[in-house]
Each structure stands twice: as structure tokens, then as C-alpha cells.
Design a protein around this ligand. Structure first.
Ligand code: NI
Length: 182
């Protein structure tokens, strides 16, 4: 069953901010039967609603106060910077296998680190494996911006934020100053 963001009575979660200890935890992996439980199904819906509310493209379990290895991602088509969009996806226990040795550098931000952007080098292409919201294993290949989001969210579930992946902090920029960047 595809994830739905239309569930009635699903609450928006408070997004944990940098400094909250759960953001630095290696999150707990989920068993298939646990993923199919009402609690985790509801958590996934709440994470999607929260991501939409704050205009994020991804949200990790520990950003929603939960020490659980689950992330959601999604972006509608036809946005200015990424018109191809990202299909709404829920992933548990993600594992990344880079494909090839190409990297790309681009700006990243994070709902747990508000108002800032920084340049981060990421693998251009990768295979993501994990369990879906139905508890079944899947593998999918991502390239470009969606691959970047997969790496950012998987990092969260391993206790890392994008600041840890920057080659120094010299490109760290307030969003209000982004117009000054080339
Ligand atoms: Ni983030």
C-alpha cells in the first residue's frame, strides 16, 4: 500500500533541533512485524505530514523524537530547483551502497539546523536497500538530488548531520544571505 498523507487526525510532530541528544544516536532498527504495527504506520504518516508542514524534502525518525531507523522523503514535481520531484517514500533500516566513484557538491539544509545552508559533497549515484512500510525488503537506485536526500536522511539515522559532512564550515551560510553566493 503506498504511503498516504491524507489520514485524518494525524498530528504534526515537533522537529528535534541540533543539540537534542536523539539526533546523535544510532537509531534502533525495526523488525518487519513492528513496521506493520499501528504505531509505526501512524508514525510514518505523522512524519510525512510534518515534512510537508515545514517544506522539507526528507525527515528522519530521530527528527520526530523517535529513536527508530525510519525516514520519509518526497518532493512534488515542478519545483523550481528540482522539477523532477521525488516520489513519496518511506524507508526503514536504510543501507547505502555507492555506485561508481562520482561525487557532486551542492547546498544542503536541515529542519533540525534552521536558517542555514552549507555545501556538501555526496555520492552522485547509489543503491538504497531497506524495508518498506509493508515490512518487505526493497532495493532502489537513486541519482543526483534524490540520492543526496537518501544520504542526508540515512546519516541522520546514524547520528550524523550535514555539518559533519562539510569540508570545513567556510561555506556555511544563512539562507537570507544565499543571494550573495555564486
Ligand atoms: Ni536533516
Amino acid at each position: 500500500m503506498p504511503p498516504s498523507n491524507s489520514a485524518v487526525g494525524v498530528g504534526i510532530r515537533k522537529v528535534t533541533q541540533l543539540g537534542h541528544p536523539v539526533l546523535r544516536k544510532i537509531t534502533r532498527r525495526l523488525k518487519a512485524e513492528e513496521i506493520r504495527s499501528a504505531d509505526v504506520q501512524r508514525l510514518a504518516r505523522e512524519m510525512i505530514v510534518t515534512m510537508d508542514e515545514y517544506d522539507g524534502v526528507g525527515l528522519a525518525g530521530n527528527q520526530a523524537q523517535e529513536d527508530l531507523a525510519i525516514f520519509v522523503m518526497g518532493l512534488p514535481k515542478e519545483t523550481k530547483r528540482h522539477p523532477e520531484g521525488i516520489a513519496l517514500t518511506v524507508v526503514c533500516n536504510p543501507v547505502i551502497t555507492p555506485i561508481g566513484d562520482e561525487y557532486e557538491e551542492d547546498w544542503e539544509g536541515c529542519l533540525s539546523v534552521p536558517d542555514l545552508r552549507g555545501l556538501v559533497r555526496r555520492h552522485k549515484k547509489l543503491e538504497l536497500s531497506g524495508l518498506g512500510l509493508d515490512g518487505k525488503p526493497f532495493k532502489r537506485v537513486y541519482e543526483g538530488f534524490p540520492a543526496r536526500v537518501v544520504q542526508h536522511e540515512t546519516d541522520h539515522l546514524n547520528g550524523l548531520v550535514y555539518l559533519d559532512r562539510m569540508d570545513g564550515l567556510s561555506t556555511l551560510t544563512y539562507i537570507s544571505e544565499m543571494g550573495r553566493q555564486k
